[in-house]
Design a protein around this ligand. Sequence first.
Ligand SMILES: Cc1cc2nc3c(=O)[nH]c(=O)nc-3n(C[C@H](O)[C@H](O)[C@H](O)COP(=O)(O)OP(=O)(O)OC[C@H]3O[C@@H](n4cnc5c(N)ncnc54)[C@H](O)[C@@H]3O)c2cc1C
Length: 404
Amino acid sequence: MSMNENYQKDFLLSDEDKKFRKEIQDFVEKKIRPVADEIENTDDFSYIRKIYKQMGEENLLSLPFKKYYKGWLKNPGVINSTLLAEEICRISAAPGIAFGASMFYGKALYVAGNEQVLENYLKPITTGEKMGAICITEPSVGSDTANMQTNAVLDKDEWIINGKKRFITNAGEAELNIVYCVTDPELKAKRRHMSAIIVPKDVKGFRTKQYKFMGRRGFRNGEIILDDVRVPKENLVGNIGDGHKILMTQFNTERTTIAGQCIGIATAAFEEAKDFARNRTQFGEKIVQKQAIYLKIAEMATKLDATRLLCYRAAKMVDAELPGRKIMREAAMAKLHASEVAKEICDDALQILGGEGWTKTGYGTKYHVERYYRDIRIHLIGGGTSTIQKYVIASKELNLPLRL
Ligand SMILES: Cc1cc2nc3c(=O)[nH]c(=O)nc-3n(C[C@H](O)[C@H](O)[C@H](O)COP(=O)(O)OP(=O)(O)OC[C@H]3O[C@@H](n4cnc5c(N)ncnc54)[C@H](O)[C@@H]3O)c2cc1C
């Protein structure tokens, strides 16, 4: 890539961010590229755990938490964890997603937790010793998060929690879970009915059940069942009734980072499509010279660059520590655009590769486009569906109250 192209791609990034990107490209090439196909073929989480630990050793799990960061960046932040998500997902989605869930968990604690919560439940995440999970979704509650049923009751010095969460990334693997639950149903109209409580996975009454999916092989996700689970009252994050506010703030980081994950997967698909088109000859010339393909490449490149601008803008806004409500529109735009466009790019890449696009790596092709095509699809659903992102954006544009 020429200097000029680099500028276009990265112009919202500081010199420090660009140097950081180079460094992590080296990390992902050395630590993830050699095992990416193994992760896909074996669905073995131990690869993810090993990569995660190495990320801890390299100061990559503390990027959004300046207080705990010990690396060379002067201004670490969500922009860096988003770039990292992008670079990991360019190689393999599963470790990028496991890392993402831990970071979203950490961000919720970082914005609202007291010193004790941070020391006990965030610090071990930043070193790679422990993993985190965020527990919002339930069997009867998806987009309508404020309607959740899982409840927590204070009994002297302990919270007793009952309920069921589903679709939880890192379920069963994460040692630490932030569980959003109802603590006072009477305050629902004011959105003060929910609280966020840390639940370690080794407590009595905590069980998990794994799901299987069409993509992201190697990652773990499933149900978390909370059956009279008891945790100390100090495990509350922020104050009683802060749950909804914490959740909305956490979503900003989550949606921005998911946009980064989408850019990573789409970039990988785009690079493979260009490589294939440059090398495939039909009707006596390379297909890249056929105008239909040539124009498709232009569209894909433009979509990717536009997505980067939206994504890095949202990340920079999160790092500027603006109030959560002031970033919702931009974070929703980043996630909406990135996921929709990345899906189109993966689909176009598959089409450019023809039959090889639908073929598994190692069985008739060296390309991975069928994997990217499967892996990208969930990004239009997790972290809030595209419809919900549009609802957030339109509500902000029209100055209407957000009823989430
Ligand atoms: C792989 C994966 C990982 C996930 N990771 C996590 C996690 O770590 N933690 C967690 O808590 N959750 C997680 N989720 C859950 C995810 O956030 C939800 O799936 C998502 O928010 C949508 O909820 P739902 O699937 O229940 O769909 P629903 O909310 O039931 O929506 C179904 C359909 O109805 C549409 N819809 C809903 N409301 C409206 C409306 N008002 N107007 C118009 N259309 C509407 C939706 O857009 C969608 O198309 C994950 C999900 C998956 C599949």
